[in-house]
Design a protein around this ligand. Structure first.
Ligand SMILES: [Zn+2]
Length: 68
């Protein structure tokens, strides 16, 4: 589930919430002051437990040696 970061316009409190994609566009309540004047800061923060590893960028090439 993606994590979204919000900030409250009333008290300036930043908070994060795990939301479903369908919930992400809805207004979230500030956990600090209860205001609904919050705004999403980032689109989505991918926190899925997968460590960011350098994926192999090279596609698997067919064995096609020019020296044959
Ligand atoms: Zn607030």
């Amino acid at each position: 589930m993606p994590m979204y970061q919000f900030s409250c316009r009333d008290c300036g409190q930043g908070f994060e919430k795990k939301l479903r994609m369908s919930q992400a566009s809805s207004q979230q309540e500030c956990p600090s002051c209860g205001s609904e004047h919050t705004q999403k800061v980032f689109g989505a923060i991918a926190i899925s437990g997968v460590s960011r590893s350098s994926s192999p960028s090279l596609p698997a090439r067919p064995v096609n040696s020019p020296f044959s």
